[in-house]
Design a protein around this ligand. Structure first.
Ligand code: SAH
Length: 218
């Protein structure tokens, strides 16, 4: 007799259905969301909620983003298989892992060494070998690895960081939350054209702040 699906399987199916229901349609993005096990990226205390559509606390007072927002930002970034992508704010490494399934290479920068080290172990364990993890201030980008085809920022900046725009190729795109830390932020998509930067406002969001400098605590 066929076995009924396990609770875990049902949770994963509901997770994918929820993303489709909320409007994620790009097959490559859905495939990446299906492939990357979110339970590997959350802390042990919250593992039961790994497939709920919510942000969760991680170490260093930071958060792993809500899965819908991860999928939405990834879809809007329009990552192609040949792309080199910069992510600012590695955090848990979950968004990094999703991007790594779509791009040729992902460079990700985080200001907390602890978070970066933990993310590295998770990403290596899953065998995702096209990721470079850097510890430092993402407000400077990663100039030695620039230019990038795409940039995603997963912490909120007060203004558009011009340094990051400089590290985009012409025609390159960047998705990032903009706004102050105690007010509503808006998710923005920027496209770098020859003589101007096109801006599209997407969604109201809530992200942890983009802070300057490498974190002093680990
Ligand atoms: N993409 C992450 C989201 C983590 S929250 C995930 O999927 O889990 C945002 C992260 O940005 C935090 O870990 C925070 O420490 C980091 N961050 C904030 N300011 C930064 C900066 N200037 N440079 C690098 N990382 C930064």
């Amino acid at each position: 007799m066929p076995q009924p699906p396990s609770d875990e399987k049902i949770q994963r199916m509901e997770f994918m259905l929820g993303l489709r229901r909320r409007g994620i349609i790009q097959q490559s993005v859905l495939r990446a969301m299906d492939e990357v096990p979110r339970e590997h990226f959350v802390s042990a205390e919250t593992v039961d909620a790994a497939y709920a559509d919510q942000a969760l606390p991680i170490a260093c007072g930071q958060t792993i983003s809500q899965p819908y927002v991860v999928a939405y930002m990834t879809e809007k970034l329009d990552v192609h298989p040949g792309h080199r992508v910069l992510e600012v704010g590695t955090g848990s490494g979950y968004q990094t892992a999703v991007l790594s399934r779509l791009a040729r290479e992902v460079v990700t920068i985080e200001r907390y060494r602890t978070l970066s080290d933990t993310a590295r172990i998770r990403i290596n364990t899953l065998g995702y070998d096209n990721v470079e993890l850097v510890v430092g201030d993402g407000l400077n980008g990663v100039p030695e690895r620039a230019p990038f085809d795409r940039i995603m920022v997963t912490a909120a900046a007060e203004d558009v960081p011009m340094v990051l725009i400089e590290q985009l190729v012409e025609g390159g795109m960047m998705v990032l939350p903009i706004g102050s830390h105690d007010a509503t932020q808006v998710l923005v998509k920027l496209t770098k054209n020859k003589d101007r930067i096109a801006r599209e406002d997407l969604l109201p969001v809530r992200f942890v702040p983009l802070l300057p400098g490498k974190a002093r605590e680990l």
